[in-house]
Design a protein around this ligand. Structure first.
Ligand code: NDP
Length: 337
């Protein structure tokens, strides 16, 4: 079959494109400018005829996707601004929500062969910042970030602005499906991933240009930029990028995934957990907080992944494996000795 992947040059989408091609799918990937597709075509040159790159300059423009949805069986929507330092919240909300709604509209109007729409959502749409530790599942929605952004606008935290953009976009997607349930010929799946780390395939000239989540990892684990308190107390849940790609493909292939949200996650971490593994493997890397005791770590946010286990059945890449592969790539790049 043929599938569409938006924002194909992004960190997550790159792995998704790779796995799709490996499994024999034909992929039409969108990028904001043709120049951003050059490295994709070069990376996947062994799959000529299977990969097509098209330019969609402004995803939020109505009708932007009308042509590209034609002839595809499924859509993976990944393009969205991912960083925690927006000024005006609309910088993220407009493309996130407008891109999602516009793509759904195009799929309904012109994507006659589309059977499934898979939205690359985020655990940002699920968990709330709160004092007491909690475990969240697919019934939970992070509306507190939306509220904060509505109340504070530019003064809301960067994390809240990003979380709000993802929550509003996913909510808009489910609302679209509900509003058009008699007209759409496809179902919707939303995959919620927590912090995503892992080796990258996209073109990154220098570490400072890594995507947002891997840059956080680089700063904390390799550069030692975080203080002891941060390393021992801050963290979340995480997943390796290759597992995110796998989850997306399985959610296309497994009939039962249709119409569902699905949280995928490898488990909790504190930044010092990654630092410990990295430092143990290579003593030249920072030791970080040497008094950290993992058994005393309090994890405020946990995700219940039993639904994904049942519906998708993924065996997650571990902290050790993910760390080893990231460091191997950094070495290969000459970024660390
Ligand atoms: P990247 O920053 O690597 O990729 C983002 C993609 O979206 C790029 O193709 C980028 O294009 C495109 N994009 C960014 N802003 C816009 C915009 N205003 N209009 C159109 N396209 C835009 O991010 P990730 O791969 O990390 O994230 C991909 C998806 O996964 C996102 O939807 C994100 O919310 C979600 N996600 C990411 C997590 C993470 O930890 N990384 C965790 C959970 C979910 P360009 O290169 O032109 O800027």
């Amino acid at each position: 079959g043929k599938v569409l992947v938006t924002g194909a040059n992004g960190f997550l989408a790159y792995w998704l494109v790779k796995r799709l091609l490996e499994q024999g799918y034909s992929v039409r990937g969108t990028v904001r400018a043709q120049s951003k597709g050059i490295h994709l075509l070069e990376t996947f040159k062994d799959y000529t005829g299977q990969l097509e790159i098209v330019e969609v300059e402004d995803i939020a423009k109505p009708g932007a996707f009308d042509q590209v949805v034609k002839g595809v069986d499924a859509i993976f929507h990944s393009a969205s601004p991912v960083h925690l330092n927006a000024d005006d919240p609309d910088e993220q909300i407009l493309p996130a929500v407008g891109g999602t709604k516009g793509l759904l509209q195009s799929a309904m109007d012109y994507g006659n062969s589309v059977k499934r729409f898979i939205y690359m959502s985020s655990c940002a749409t699920v968990f709330r910042f709160q004092a007491e530790p909690a475990t969240f599942n697919e019934d939970d929605w992070n509306d507190t970030s939306v509220k904060e952004v509505q109340e504070k606008g530019r003064d809301a935290s960067g994390a809240s602005k990003y979380c709000a953009s993802k929550t509003l976009a996913e909510r808009a997607a489910w609302a679209f499906m509900q509003d058009n349930k008699d007209k759409v010929g496809f179902d919707l799946v939303a995959i919620q991933a927590p912090y995503v780390f892992g080796p990258f395939l996209q073109d990154v000239a220098v570490p400072e240009k890594l995507n947002s989540s891997n840059l956080d990892w680089w700063d904390a684990v390799v550069k030692g930029k975080k203080d002891d308190k941060f390393l021992a107390t801050m963290g979340m849940e995480w997943i390796d990028v290759r597992d995110v790609a796998l989850a997306h493909i399985l959610s296309l292939q497994k009939e039962a995934a249709g119409g569902n949200r699905c949280i995928v996650s490898s488990g909790v971490f504190k930044w010092q957990d990654f630092v410990n593994i990295a430092h143990t493997g290579d003593s030249k890397l920072p030791a970080g907080n040497t008094s950290y005791d993992p058994s005393k770590a309090v994890h405020h946010v946990r995700f219940d992944v039993s639904k994904a286990r049942k519906d998708l059945g993924i065996k997650y890449i571990t902290l050790e494996e993910g760390t080893k592969d990231m460091l191997a790539q950094f070495k290969e790049k000459g970024w660390i000795a």
